[in-house]
Ligand binder design. Structure first.
Ligand code: FES
Length: 185
């Protein structure tokens, strides 16, 4: 069994126990969704089914809650997530150029998306390879580039977050250094 599959089974076993201890307690849905998101980096269908059955909540309602909050994702996230602020203050100070630089540098293995929640970290799952126990076929690109509206750190514009950690007064040169240090190792 691969380390990924083993990690995934361990996480689902952990969830089974948690759900069993919380049987019928619907108020545990949000905290458990949050835990699964943090442990696996996303909410796999098996976890959703376990939660629905164990907490006595219709599966559609579990999905409805999971898709309502931006901090949850139903698909695997990349190992590294770069978030460029495209709020007004950051745009005035070069956020668009920063975003273009990152996309150019990281393509073709990079996806760009908008509206990712600020401060999200990548998966912290227990597998040695950092896959978070994702099953084969559910791969994500190694690096994702997202945009967010504002980190609330406008005085540091333009702002880039690398795996949830804020870096201020960014430009292409500094971003290139960060990529070499953190992402492209
Ligand atoms: S506009 Fe970028 S941090 Fe506020």
């Amino acid at each position: 069994m691969s380390c990924c599959e083993q990690a995934r089974r361990q996480e689902l076993e952990w969830l089974r126990q948690e759900v069993s201890a919380a049987r019928g307690r619907r108020e545990r849905l949000l905290p458990l969704l949050q835990e699964v998101q943090e442990r696996l980096g996303y909410l796999p269908p098996q976890a959703m089914e376990l939660l629905a059955a164990g907490l006595g909540i219709p599966l559609a309602q579990v999905y409805s809650v999971a898709t309502y909050y931006r901090r949850f994702t139903l698909t695997p996230r990349s190992q590294h997530v770069l978030q460029v602020c495209t709020g007004t203050a950051c745009r005035l100070r070069g956020a668009d150029q920063l975003l273009s630089f990152l996309l150019q540098r990281l393509q073709p293995g990079t996806k760009a998306s908008t509206g990712g929640g600020a401060g999200n970290a990548g998966p912290r799952g227990g597998s040695a390879c950092g896959c978070g126990g994702r099953p084969a076929g559910e791969s994500a690109p190694p690096v994702s580039v997202e945009t967010v509206n504002c980190f609330g750190a406008c005085g540091l514009a333009p702002v880039l977050a690398v795996d949830g950690r804020i870096h201020g007064r960014m430009d292409a040169g500094k971003a290139a250094e960060l990529l070499e240090k953190w992402v492209e190792r």
